[in-house]
Design a binder for this molecule. Sequence first.
Ligand code: ADP
Ligand code: MG
Length: 629
Amino acid sequence: MATGKINVSVDNIFPLIKKFLYSDHEIFLRELISNATDATLKLKHLTSIGEAKVEYGNPIIEVKVDKEGKKLHVIDQGLGMTEEEVKKYINEVAFSGAEEFLNKYEDSAKDAGIIGHFGLGFYSAFMVADKVEIITKSFKDEPAVHWSCDGSPNFSLEASDKKERGTEIILHIADDSTEFLEDHRISELLRKYNKFMPVPIKFGTKTETLPKPEGAKEEDPAPTKEVDNIINNPNPAWTKQPADLKDEDYKSFYRELYPMQFDEPLFHIHLNVDYPFNLTGILYFPKLTNDLNIQKDKIQLYQNQVFVTDNVEGIVPEFLTMLRGVIDSPDIPLNVSRSYLQADGAVKKISSYITRKVADKLSSLFKNNREDFESKWNDIKIVIEYGMLSEDKFFEKADKFALYPTVDGTYYTFEELQEKIKENQTDKDDKLVILYASDKEAQHSYIAAAKDKGYEVLLLDSPIISHLMQKLETSKEKISFARVDADHIDKLIQKEDTQISKLSDEEKEKLKADLEAVFGEKSNYTVQLEAMDSDASPFIITEPEFMRRMKEMQQTGGGGMFGMGNMPEMYNLIVNTNHELVSEILNTKTAKKKERLINQSLDLAKLSKGLLKGAELTEFIKRSYDMVK
Ligand code: ADP
Ligand code: MG
């Protein structure tokens, strides 16, 4: 038996391993299974090129828990190691790898943004074990060896009688890590990290029900048999060629990724590049709600089919983190902080590649099946609008397929919309005014007034739309957006011909005084007398576009003016001086009746803006019954 000391520059690396990677102990299993997978795939390669003259067969990796013995075994049928190789790869290479990693990690440990802890490798076993054994037999015709190390730099190496090719790693689980002797914990880890690894992984057995033999009676139980419990799918969809996959395959892979998700994805994007970086993956557009925050962190990042993290911030552009799916790339550096990641050239290229692929896919969906694209618009608009706001490259492309639906369900692109409304909705300053509503029901009377004029009214209701309107107004020429209740209809789109008022200046003064006498101090409405069509409403409450939009922008993050989010709503009360009722108010002699007419009119205006509530509403209803009597 040989014994020796692992070359250590630090006195003892094992306490360091434990200390530094405290929070991430569980990754040891991923590391060991990665090594087992590497060993298996290396053998596959060697047999395929004739270097190894052995039968490759159908190798699997087995994970076994020995609860009584407090041991965890990881067994592979890969290429194994000779004595020389153990000395070299375990005592020198693996060790120096681990040491190098820890040195690097020590520097960046204060940086909160470490992603995963890839690369610690074999020695991560010492995070959970106080003794580790390796029993390995090379595919070469050499005796098997048994290496053992008890967590100090001292190891022993002796002959072993292992007959089958491959490597068995035995971890003697430390007292503070007995969770890793629990089947459910190991299952959980295998599901998390190894679900799509390329070599089948066995963890225990399971009972499979066989078909009943012919002639079996109804009450006879179906025969069963014990089979290997293989926990992974070694050939996940993203590793295949898009041409070999049908729509159904993508959908079933989605279910495999998100077993708890019952919605079907709307469509998918298969990513596949090998130059100038390596990246494969499948992204799915799920049905999205208007809540921006709860839907993040659903994309999983893999490296060569090994799960790394589900936080892809910095790699996938922010607006696409609402999508789902997987990205697999060996080219993403993992042991670095996020700020470094965002500055990394390869990562930047990956991010812009993904943006471009998503834009191209959307564009082709739009071109090839517009009807279908329109039907999905409501579920995807939030991503597209967010992308248009945050990525200029995406804006340029999306401007051609982003849709603007009308309240009647017609979908226009921006260009089509411009063409459609330019005749009727250009104001006297040659500005194109785009009218919109955010709520079809609540703004019904305003929408109706706009439609009477032959105007198109869009229905724009996503939470970030005010930001997008702001961006469109500054990036395109001579356009502005106005919500239908931003002003009265003649002012929303101001044309040359102004109406002539039926009232004289004197009468206007008197009307204003009458109104103010009734509203008194309580009102937060600015009264505005306007000469409008005699059949337009006599009283209209409006909410100026600018203030309202700034407030909205601030409520949905950024933009707008400081402090606006907390300001009270500001309303204008437009009084149509050409309306009969207004003349009647002016000419009514009894103060009591005048007051009642004014109150009733104001309440009706409030009602149509959805502002009449509580005690005011109760009072209004009572007064109305009195009036119909
Ligand atoms: P890495 O996997 O990055 O090379 P590790 O520390 O995980 O680093 O492993 C060090 C080396 O030990 C591997 O490169 C490999 O040569 C050898 N090794 C580890 N596990 C196995 C195994 N199960 N079968 C064969 N060789 C192994
Ligand atoms: Mg490794």
